[in-house]
Design a protein around this ligand. Sequence first.
Ligand SMILES: Nc1ncnc2c1ncn2[C@@H]1O[C@H](COP(=O)(O)OP(=O)(O)O)[C@@H](O)[C@H]1O
Ligand SMILES: [Mg+2]
Length: 223
Amino acid sequence: MENDWDKAISSLSKINVFSNPNNEPVTISGEADDLKCIGVGTDAAVFQSLSAPTYAFKIYAKDKIHKVKIEANVYQILEGSPFFSTCFASYDEFLVLSYEEGPTLFDCILQGIHIPEQVVNEVEDAREYVRNKGLNPRDIHLKNILLQNGRAKIIDVSEYTLQGNDFRWEHFKKGYEQYYHLIDGNPVPLWLVEKIRKRYNQRGKNASYEEFTKNILKLLYKN
Ligand SMILES: Nc1ncnc2c1ncn2[C@@H]1O[C@H](COP(=O)(O)OP(=O)(O)O)[C@@H](O)[C@H]1O
Ligand SMILES: [Mg+2]
């Protein structure tokens, strides 16, 4: 059977993706004129093809390709929900997803784009939907949520078959409720966002939300 993304496949095979230590984003090698990199994560790089622009191709790093089938399977279970992108097909190294427009919430913070409360409420609804499907809504952070016409779109479902709560979403939600009004509409400089992100990832295993925010407030007053 022919698919309208077939045109992109030969270009995609020219790209190689490698993972990095310490939760840093992947590295890409190779290039193709008709491919544009639209995002990187810690497992994969995502491309859009000029010849099939309605799709997003998520190419996994060499040592992470076992996750391709896992994520495809999660998408199959979640199928039909407007909160997630659609997965059309899976190959050895990549997934064919619907291309989703809109800035990530991370971009919103950097650019001072208002994040409406509706987005937060919709992510809550999406998490409930995931749980009702017998999956675990994990790894829900600012780079995995898009703001799309005032609504939420979650774009990375690869960890939903894992156990445990990483509390990333709960912490963001609390922070949003407590502090968002202080930065709403104002761009936050990248160096500061990165500093906070790194502190968050390095926080002690048992550090509470309160301890973390106390540390960040100290950091802010120092600057
Ligand atoms: N369907 C999509 N449409 C548009 N952009 C996407 C899509 N999927 C991912 N992206 C972009 O690529 C980035 C990395 O994708 P992601 O699935 O989160 O990879 P990882 O599993 O490595 O974290 C995202 O943060 C986002 O910017
Ligand atoms: Mg991600």
